[in-house]
Design a protein around this ligand. Sequence first.
Ligand code: AN0
Ligand code: CP
Length: 321
Amino acid sequence: MRVFRSVKDLGNLEEALREAAEIKADRFKYQELGRNKTALLIFFNNSLRTRLSTQKAAMNLGMNVIVLDVNQGAWKLETERGVVMDGDKSEHLLEAIPVMASYCDIIGVRSFATFESRENDYEEKVLEQFIKYSGKPVFFMESATVHPLQSFADLITIEEYKECKRPKVVLTWAPHPKALPQAVPNSFAEWMNEADVDFVVTHPEGYELDPQFVGDAKVEYDQMKAFEGADFIYAKNWSCPGVTRPEDYGKILSQDMNWTVSQRQMAVTNNAFFMHCLPVRRNMIVTDDVIESPRSLVIPEAANREISATVVLKRMLEALK
Ligand code: AN0
Ligand code: CP
């Protein structure tokens, strides 16, 4: 695997899930694979889980790890070609990428949507430059539009906890005070479309996800209806994807607290498990009692980030040979 951004990069999904289970049973099984190999993890944005779980995954495989917070201590990077660099940015990505690549074997990048332009974000301008100019395998640690390590961990978690063969999984929008990217719901929808689940998305009007990710998944605008009989509730806020009205891209269209996941909605589910990628704002996205309930999976879900990252790095190391 040279690039990891999509569910399709894993090939056969059942096989990938079997590999995840194998690694979870013995996470040091491939400790020799990463000997004298270096992973460079580059963060343009904050992180708790991705930073720690990916470092742990690399260590499971015997790799060395370098972590760089671009905005803390490194030179500020220009990402657009052709600009006169007379502002606060001292270095261009076009030099920085090959330099960084010269010190490592595999590169992970976190670079969120900026919301400055829907086109730039959805063309993945930053990540595409890393792929093009690094000459190294690149994995996405949440880009402008996708968060595949999260969705893989989410799918592993659903596999572990499901109580029937084909569970009903509901992705629900929930309110948040700040405009958040669409990367997590985009990827979650993309991965659920490939998984053996009955997948439903619910959100207020105007929050329609990009068709390349949501495909022909069922969209139900009535949240209570969507929750009926659900086995898994996956909550997340996202800002306007700008599908129907491009001028609204990245805007907050609703802060309706009726969408906060509480016992009121959970009561109509099939005793559903609650999931969220974290970090989560309590009593905006989900009430204290739901996130603290015995059916809340947020902690094992986050723990599975180590597993998804170990599988991905293992496959990238195998492709280096
Ligand atoms: C980010 C987001 O919503 O994409 C990261 C989630 C993993 N969340 C925040 O910025 C709060
Ligand atoms: N879920 C997730 O990616 O968390 P971080 O932003 O803390 O890495």
